[in-house]
Design a protein around this ligand. Structure first.
Ligand SMILES: Cc1cc2nc3c(=O)[nH]c(=O)nc-3n(C[C@H](O)[C@H](O)[C@H](O)COP(=O)(O)O)c2cc1C
Length: 339
């Protein structure tokens, strides 16, 4: 195993999930201020977009975002291999294949969750990507789709991708129901089954298995590690980003990057200045930080001020400074996790 993949295996103990429209480059830069160690994922980018689209816009990121994984959507092994190579040229630390998204658009393209019914093709995709790049290649899947039996569907998927040399399997611990549920319902309605993911790890001890789905706190993530190799957090990380300040202390045994959420917001200001100078709107960045102070006195005023003022033409860093002034200082509250 190379030095790089060893360090990536460590980073995989805690990751922030790929989320379309949410984990864009501004969000990821912000999350990186909250945790130095977590592995963070891009939004899904389709092979068609990578091959034909504006690559700098789709794949560009700030070097501070490392370690960062690129998630690809597609099912053509050659196209995926080409996109993996392009991703590595951009410096991504891992290439991930989406085998979990249930949207109609994705089903029409015959990728995402419907690939749960085609494990052999997923194996071909992984093998092609592995042959193309030296960085880890991973798969994010569900435990099954529709009327599949998760005992069989997940085991078959794991067996095939492991044989193809996959570096980790991330499992969203619920089925996707491809008919009749919206993508949003497919993240809540099919029941979570952590037991299935834990059994997968027990049955495949050499396969790196990361559990995803419904993890509500970093404490809960820490308690799951051991039964699996890592935990991926999605909505809780995005909606309550302050939770990520606990990742480095609780998961990696290191000090948090900042002692308080307020300091994190202040540390974001130079980045905001830089991005505004490049023509980015303030709200494109601040929309990701609205939940930074959830539960703290002044949090609602902070949120409201940003939501109403950051969208105005010409809005700049002073809007964030005004919003921050509405929040009661939380240094004392967070001192224990920064220690
Ligand atoms: C807004 C949103 C967009 C998402 N986009 C993607 C995506 O692009 N690729 C993917 O594999 N999963 C995507 N997901 C699913 C998440 O990665 C994750 O599997 C799911 O939210 C369950 O984890 P959680 O309960 O911790 O949120 C998305 C989820 C949300 C809420």
């Amino acid at each position: 195993m190379t030095r790089q993949s060893l360090s990536m295996d460590g980073a995989r103990r805690f990751s922030v999930a790929p989320m379309m429209d949410w984990t864009d480059r501004h969000c990821r830069f912000f999350h990186r201020l909250l945790t130095r160690r977590a592995l963070i994922y891009t939004e899904m980018v389709t092979t068609g977009a990578v091959i034909h689209g504006d690559r700098e816009r789709l794949l560009g990121y700030d070097p501070a975002e490392h370690p960062i994984a690129l998630q690809l959507g597609g099912s053509d092994p050659r196209a995926l291999a080409e996109c993996a190579r392009i991703g590595v040229d951009f410096g991504y630390d891992e290439i991930n294949l989406n085998v979990g998204c249930p949207s109609d658009r994705v089903q029409e393209g015959r990728f995402g969750a419907c690939l749960m019914a085609e494990p052999a093709l997923v194996g071909d995709c992984v093998a092609a990507m592995k042959a193309a790049v030296a960085v880890p290649v991973t798969v994010k899947c569900r435990i099954g789709i529709d009327d599949q039996d998760p005992e069989q569907s997940l085991d078959e998927m794991a067996r095939v991708v492991e044989a193809a040399g996959v570096d980790a399997l991330i499992v969203h611990a619920r089925k996707a129901w491809l008919k009749g549920l919206s993508p949003r319902e497919n993240r809540d309605v099919p029941p979570l089954d952590y037991g299935r993911v834990l059994r997968l790890k027990a049955a495949h001890p050499t396969l790196l298995v990361v559990l995803n789905g419904g993890v509500a706190s970093v404490e809960q993530a820490a308690s799951l590690i051991g039964g699996v190799d890592g935990v991926m957090m999605g909505r809780a990380a995005y909606q309550e980003p302050w939770r990520l300040l606990a990742v480095d202390p609780l998961i990696f045994g290191e000090a948090a990057p900042f002692a308080s959420a307020k300091e994190v917001a202040q540390a974001l200001m130079p980045y905001i200045e830089r991005e505004l100078a490049r023509g980015v709107r303030l709200s494109s960045i601040t929309r990701h930080i609205l939940g930074l102070f959830r539960g703290v006195p002044g949090a609602r005023a902070f949120r409201r001020h940003l939501a109403t003022q950051a969208v105005k033409p010409g809005a700049g860093v002073p809007v964030l400074a005004e919003a921050l002034a509405m929040v009661v200082d939380t240094n004392a509250d967070l001192a224990h996790i920064a220690a």
